[in-house]
Design a protein around this ligand. Structure first.
Ligand SMILES: Cc1ncc(COP(=O)(O)O)c(C=O)c1O
Length: 409
């Protein structure tokens, strides 16, 4: 039997064996509650502290600026809603309705959080449209800033098309505006969802100029159900979940010790191996892009070729449905994605592809193939070979359906 080919690393990654080894003792032996003061608890807390230190080393921040959560969805919800809560907690009764800026192609957990507060009448929102290459323009963002802007959320790397946003430049702009605003006025809090960036890009928070940064373990060969939010010291933000005093009173709930240990190990491995692995993954990505664009007719690459994550490809194939393509590839034991994995099952066209100007039929014919550290060149070659056969078959079917449709007209 041939080995299945996995090309959906942006949806999730397998747990690295080293990560699993690090986690194992914390299931059955060192199983204490990290908030307990006895030795079982202390042992667990030491492991949590070590993981927090690893995170702080990676982000170049202090350990107390890292809050563990259940993943990027929770981190993003906490970022949006927690800052708004801090704004409304101010003593002044004459508060202006605050203004939020985000982009139209954020992950749903950011977009839906922002839409929720907008719907409740708690904030007004500007949704920036990225350009046709999938990049947010800093000039658009600058124009959108108002005196009541208190929160900006722009993702670091888009999860569908892999485009890299100018986070450092936005960070500098926000810093300049906050300096002129002065300490008496509520600052602009700058948040980035870096979930898809951790494996590949510089995430030093001072270089980026961010106040808040979200991430998730399962995109970096760690376990599912654990993530983190970096919170720069002094950032106005309130907790949104009530209960225990965990995580500097910012996130109530018993620590997911095994998950946190796994995240700590995963981030350590990213830091150690990033440079070497990035190079290999980028070469494979370029090989895949080159092969698809030269060997398959009527195809386009979605998103900038240059400002792009080393692991991402996203194509639109004319005259086919992404869902059909996906299922046919799955029957050949090749796993990829059309749109983001979190939204598969919904037949609406990808909001990301529509936001960069694709027509719905182009968005429906899209296929995302994302590469990871276990991908091989042979797998890429097999995938393109199968893709060509499947496309010829599907296009023949869609062609005859269209011929029939026009014959009846
Ligand atoms: C950019 C981005 N943000 C947030 C998430 C959600 O992360 P989690 O699964 O940890 O909740 C994802 C997952 O697909 C993502 O790609």
């Amino acid at each position: 039997m041939t080995k299945p080919i996995y090309l959906d690393y942006a949806a999730t990654t397998p747990v690295d064996k080293e990560v699993l080894q690090a986690m194992l003792p914390y299931f059955c032996e060192n199983f204490g509650n990290a908030m307990s003061i006895h030795s079982f608890g202390q042992e667990a807390m030491q492991a949590v502290d070590q993981a927090r230190q690893n995170m702080a080393d990676f982000f170049s921040c202090t350990p107390s600026e890292v809050i563990f959560t259940s993943g990027a969805t929770e981190s993003n919800n906490l970022a949006v809603k927690g800052v708004l809560k801090a704004y409304y907690a101010q003593a002044s009764k004459n508060l202006l309705k605050p203004h939020i800026i985000t982009s139209l192609f954020e992950h749903h957990c950011v977009l839906d959080s922002v839409r929720a507060v907008e719907k409740e009448g708690l904030a007004e929102v500007t949704y920036l449209r990225p350009d046709k290459n999938g990049l947010v323009r800093v000039t658009d963002l600058e124009k959108a800033i108002q005196s009541n802007t208190i929160f900006i959320s722009i993702m670091y790397v888009n999860n569908e098309i892999g485009t890299v946003q100018p986070i450092g430049k936005i960070g500098k702009l926000v810093k300049k505006i906050n300096t002129t605003r002065g300490a008496q006025v509520f600052p602009i809090v700058f948040h980035t969802d870096a979930t898809q960036a951790i494996n590949y890009f510089d995430c030093h928070v001072e270089t980026l100029g961010v106040h808040l940064l979200s991430m998730s373990a399962h995109k970096i060969y760690g376990p599912k159900g654990v993530g983190a939010l970096y919170i720069k010291k002094g950032t106005p933000i309130r907790k949104v979940q009530d209960g225990g005093d965990q995580e500097y009173k910012m996130r109530a709930g018993t620590h997911n010790v095994t998950g946190i240990v796994g995240l700590g190990k995963a981030i350590e491995l990213v830091q150690k191996n990033q440079a070497k692995e990035n190079k290999k993954i980028q070469l494979l990505r370029d090989h895949l892009i080159e092969k698809v664009l030269t060997e398959i007719p009527q195809v386009r690459l979605n998103g900038s070729k240059t400002h792009r994550s080393p692991n991402n490809t996203n194509f639109s194939f004319a005259s086919v449905e992404g869902e059909g393509l996906l299922l046919s590839l799955d029957m050949e034991q090749i796993s990829c994605s059309t749109g983001s994995a979190c939204s598969s099952g919904a037949l609406s066209a990808s909001h990301v592809l529509l936001s960069i100007g694709l027509r719905p039929e182009e968005a429906h014919g899209s296929l995302r193939m994302t590469i990871g550290k276990f991908t091989t060149k042979a797998e890429i070659n097999t995938t393109v070979k199968k893709l060509k056969i499947i496309l010829t078959r599907l296009r023949k079917i869609s062609g005859s359906v269209l011929d029939e449709y026009y014959a009846k007209k």
